[in-house]
Structures are given as C-alpha cells and as structure tokens.
Design a protein around this ligand. Structure first.
Ligand SMILES: [Zn+2]
Length: 214
C-alpha cells in the first residue's frame, strides 16, 4: 500500500515541517501545515486567528474545535486528492479520533523522535524575519550579518514561541497530550519511528526508507 496519506508527528524543533515539505514535494502530494494555516488566520486578523495567536504565544494548544474545522475544510480541496502530508495535526488522541470520524483515511504515520535538550538548543537559537518569514539559527544557519534578513534586510526577531520558557512549556504540552498519539497509531499498525539525528538530509533518507519510497 502506497503511503500517500501521511501524518508526521514530532516535537517542536524536530524538523518536522522541513521533512513534511520535502516529502510532499517528492510524493507530489499536498503539504498541509496547521501552523501555517493558523498563522495565516492570525495575520488576516480574524477572531479565530486572534484566539489561535494567544494560545500559540503562551505555548498552549489551539482548541480542537478550531483546528478540526480548519483541517477538514483544507483536506476537501482538490490538491489533497493525490494525497497529503499532515504537519501539526492531529496533536491529541481526541483530534485523531475526530480525523477518523470525519472519514479521513490515513495510511502512514511517521514519528520523528528527538531529545528535549536538543529541541531547546535548536529552537532557542532561532531568529525569524518578521517581514518575509525566513528562519535563521545563530549557530547552524546565521544570516550574513547575524542580525538582518539576507533576503529583505528586515531586522531579525526571536518569535515568542522560540523563547526558552515557551519552548519548555510546548514540550511539556507535547509529552502530555501528543505523545499518546504514538501509542494510538502503533495500535493501528501505522506508526514508524525515525530518529532526528544527522541533519535534514539524513533524516529525510530515513523517512523515505520508513515509508518504503526508496
Ligand atoms: Zn526577510
């Protein structure tokens, strides 16, 4: 069975978003990122977007009803017909059950595994461009002058959700609410675990192996 309807699980900072993007490019399926969807709603200044923004800044999960509505609408769009890579959803067993109840058949779940301290060092060093959205890292991928965006010249900022206390809060939420998802999908025989070590290329190779795409 081809893995075309995928879920990527992993804590913040696991490189899940990067892997999801590469995977959807390779498989020619849609990359459905709930983080991007919520940021767009927030930028648009809708009531829903404002609520989501408050939760994200505080390291809390956005309420199920909000996210489920957005995702169900997104997965009905034509670009999801060949398949999709879900990134950032589901985050709780209740959301996974809602996905099943909505008739969304998933045939593969990849869990990207990474230690907490590694997450803190990866995310705490992140600097973002408030103008074009490009992301840098003070050690791994600094901008040319270290403080401004190479692309558009805007001053780089630490996003509220990349502050250490917020990262630790997000990890705590992740372990409490999201980790049981692994057990849920293991029980369905869909779960494959990939260690996030060796950089994005190495991890991508492991992901492709895990889904039998090479
Ligand atoms: Zn920029």
């Amino acid at each position: 069975m081809a893995c075309t309807r995928l879920i990527l699980l992993g804590p913040p900072g696991s490189g899940k978003g990067t892997q999801a993007k590469r995977l959807s490019d390779t498989l020619k399926t849609a990359h459905v990122s709930t983080g991007d969807m919520l940021r767009e709603a927030r930028a648009a200044g809708t009531e829903l977007g404002r609520k989501a923004g408050e939760c994200m800044d505080a390291g809390r999960l956005v309420p199920d009803a909000v996210v489920i509505g957005l995702v169900a609408e997104r997965l009905r769009k034509p670009d999801c017909e060949p398949g999709f890579v879900l990134d950032g959803f589901p985050r709780t067993v209740a959301q996974a059950e809602a996905l099943d109840a909505a008739g969304v058949g998933v045939n593969c779940v990849i869990d990207i595994d990474v230690a907490d301290e590694e997450v803190v060092s990866r995310l705490g060093g992140r600097r973002s461009c408030p103008q074009c959205g490009r992301v840098y890292h003070v050690e791994v991928a600094p901008s040319k002058d270290g403080t401004h965006c190479d692309g558009c010249g805007a001053g780089l900022v630490t996003r509220p959700d990349d502050v250490e206390d917020t990262i630790r809060a997000r990890l705590k939420v992740y372990h409490e609410k999201t980790a049981p998802l692994a057990a849920y999908y293991r029980g369905k025989g869909l779960l494959k675990t990939v260690e996030s070590v060796g950089g994005p290329d190495a991890v991508f190779g492991k992901v492709l192996n895990a889904i039998g795409a090479r």
